[in-house]
Design a protein around this ligand. Structure first.
Ligand code: NAP
Length: 295
């Protein structure tokens, strides 16, 4: 068996073209979805991610703006800016690019973002909504992108054994919650998991987000499994690699995502989707306040 290689760029193009129509519908009502990105310091990877977000916004017709701050910025200055953006009607999504310099507490800053504009889905309200299965929360973009890839490829989720390797707040944990909500049986593995292979070998769908190149090898994968590699690692020779040994695992899996060109393009795409959804909700709320439903 040789796996189908899932083309994340093609899925991203498809999703963006769907959402572009929704942007056009909003523009017809004189609403342009707007995203504000706050970036602190000069982490080169963060700068690349922010540039990609701005580019993707322009492609789909969104307004975007980048708010840059020096690495030693005081927390109060950032909080003031977040509050201004919360009040700005031209901005529907606000995000703080992570990681932040050590003197800044991410949880404190993320908690300042208005729940309605939290398009990264990191505010505790949105996290809690995911736990209890609320439909109207903004799902975090990377696991949302993985879910969209599975849907696009018509991969059934209900009743499947899903193993998520990695338990971070931004990928592993929300991924597990989102697939539990779709009635999968989900196991989460992390650095302290004893005998990782004992779990991964049972997975019908194996999702790996550990940041550890070559972690998953062919003997750890069930024949015919769907393997989604979220990891992005820079190898000593400068190449990018995922967490999965792509060449050996592709001979055993039914589907596999490459790195680069798999999950990566979906993350920024889902940020666009969340921002457009935020703009749609804001427009609906404004229309309702202009024409209140009679009591
Ligand atoms: P993170 O915060 O460092 O979390 C990594 C998780 O993996 C932790 O739960 C850690 O366990 C676990 N882990 C690490 N080594 C492991 C091992 N050998 N065996 C089992 N579990 C292990 O990282 P993250 O932000 O979730 O990102 C994970 C990877 O995905 C990174 O390579 C990152 O660059 C990539 N990523 C890609 C995208 C994309 O768009 N494609 C988006 C976000 C992240 P403990 O909790 O016990 O330490």
């Amino acid at each position: 068996m040789t796996a189908k290689i899932i083309d994340g760029n093609a899925v991203a193009r498809h999703v963006r073209s769907e959402w572009k129509k929704r942007v056009e519908a909003l523009k017809a009502k004189r609403v342009t979805p707007g995203l504000a990105v706050i970036i602190v310091g000069d982490n080169p990877a963060s700068r690349v991610y922010v540039r990609n977000k701005v580019k993707a916004c322009a492609e789909v017709g969104l307004h975007s703006e980048v708010h840059e701050f020096a690495a030693d910025v005081a927390p109060d200055i950032l909080i003031r800016r977040i509050r201004e953006l919360n009040q700005n009607p031209a901005i529907h999504g606000v995000l703080v690019q992570l990681p932040l310099p050590a003197h800044l507490e991410p949880r404190r800053l993320l908690g300042e973002i208005s729940v309605e504009k939290d398009v990264d889905g990191f505010h505790l309200y949105n996290v809690g909504g995911l736990v209890v299965g609320e439909n109207n929360v903004f799902p975090p973009c990377t696991p949302y992108g993985v879910q969209r890839i599975l849907e696009y490829e018509n991969i059934p989720i209900e009743g499947q054994n899903v193993v998520v390797v990695g338990a971070s707040n931004i990928v592993g944990k929300p991924m597990a919650l989102m697939l539990m909500a779709k009635d999968a049986t989900v196991s989460i593995c992390h650095i302290k998991t004893r005998d990782l292979a004992q779990y991964t070998i049972l997975a019908d769908i194996l999702i790996v987000a550990a940041g550890c190149p070559g972690l998953i090898t062919a003997p750890m994968v069930k024949r015919g499994a769907v393997v989604i590699d979220v990891g992005i690692n820079r190898l000593p020779d400068g190449r990018l690699a995922g967490d999965v040994d792509f060449e050996s695992v592709r001979k055993k899996a039914s589907h596999i995502t490459p790195v680069p060109g798999g999950v990566g393009p979906m993350t920024v795409t889902m940020l666009i989707c969340n921002t457009v959804a935020a703009a749609e909700r804001s427009a609906a709320k404004n229309a309702e306040s202009r024409n209140p439903v009679p009591a």
